[in-house]
Design a protein around this ligand. Structure first.
Ligand SMILES: [Zn+2]
Length: 323
């Protein structure tokens, strides 16, 4: 009887795989490097070979599996199983992904955008605790997100729902964003965004601060340096983190007032700042959110780390259950 699902998290440097139970428990996981050479033409064959090898290695049978789900960067056509504009994979033009993998492995296959898939993972067995209403925000080199409302992953009319990184939070004198707009959340609350904020504030700050001194000196300062200094009481770093928390809390308040989810889950590398950051974001969230939302929507930290991708991807395949 089919009682397993396969989740794939396709990224620019590695492809992560997981074999999971239908309840979302990871039974096995492995990864291979992503070969993006020659316009990324090796990626799909590498995925097929790796899955088939693993199934043979463990003497499993295709009939043990309900299906395969995958999260990918780029613009996804869910119905056709195609991906384009995934520049970190060298996939500029439309790639046939879903039908090719489904045929070569012999299992049903479904794919979605990587941030959406991570949201599904956290919502299912992570911080979302399987609640049907969860918003996920990931803070990394960029800012991504996913929205699950009444149990449905929200895609919108053109697949751009949940692009939380491009919510405008600084309409007056915002930094330029890669999307062409100014003042997007991503320009302020990504790993590079907080450094940008620190550089801006350093021009005006007159107190004593190691971080400000490092910036004035032209030294490389990371988002982690800023959070560590803030937690240690550096007043300049605290000013920067407070502004960061304001932008994120403001965005969370407006997402909350729109969707009233059970929780807004914050993940990604920058969220390693943990409870110190969460409570600051929550304070601004409570300040700006509608009263009912303020009292019912929770601000949480993600708990699955890197596994959110394979778990959420695998959950996509649950739709094949009973087929
Ligand atoms: Zn933008």
């Amino acid at each position: 009887m089919a009682n397993k699902i396969i989740g794939i998290d396709l990224g620019g440097t590695s492809i992560k795989f997981g074999i999971l139970t239908l309840e979302g428990e990871v039974q096995d996981k492995w990864s291979i490097p992503t070969n993006i050479l020659e316009d990324g033409k090796h990626i799909v064959p590498d995925i097929i070979a790796s899955i088939n090898h693993r199934i043979d290695l463990y003497k499993l049978d295709k009939s043990d599996f309900v299906g395969i789900g995958m999260g990918t960067p780029g613009t996804v056509n869910i119905e056709k199983g195609t991906v384009k504009a995934a520049f970190n994979l060298n996939w500029e033009n439309t790639q046939e992904v879903g039908p090719v993998i489904a045929k070569a492995v012999g299992l049903p296959f479904v794919l979605d955008n990587d941030a959406n898939v991570a949201a599904l993972g956290e919502a299912w067995v992570g911080a979302g605790e399987n609640n049907p209403d969860v918003v996920f925000i990931t803070l990394g080199t960029g800012v991504g997100g996913g929205i699950i409302s009444a149990g449905n992953l929200i895609h919108g009319v053109a697949g751009a729902a949940g692009e939380i990184g491009h919510i405008c939070v600084e309409p007056h004198d915002g930094f330029a964003c890669t999307c062409g707009n100014f003042g997007c959340l991503e320009t302020l609350t990504s790993a590079t965004g907080i450094v940008r904020l620190a550089n801006k504030f350093a021009e005006e700050y007159e107190g004593v601060s190691d971080i400000k001194a490092a910036i004035d000196n032209g030294d490389m300062v990371t988002s982690k340096d800023i959070f560590v200094a803030a937690e240690a009481g550096d007043s300049f770093a605290l000013t920067v983190v407070d502004k960061f928390a304001y932008y994120l809390g403001f965005a969370c308040a407006n997402l909350g007032s729109t969707l009233n989810p059970d929780s807004i889950v914050i993940g990604g590398g920058v969220s390693a700042a943990g409870e110190f950051l969460r409570e600051k974001v929550e304070a601004y969230f409570k300040k700006y959110a509608f009263s009912t939302v303020r009292n019912t929507t929770k601000i949480k930290l993600a708990v699955l780390g890197n596994d959110a991708g394979i778990i959420g991807a695998a959950s996509l395949a649950l739709k094949f259950k009973g087929e």
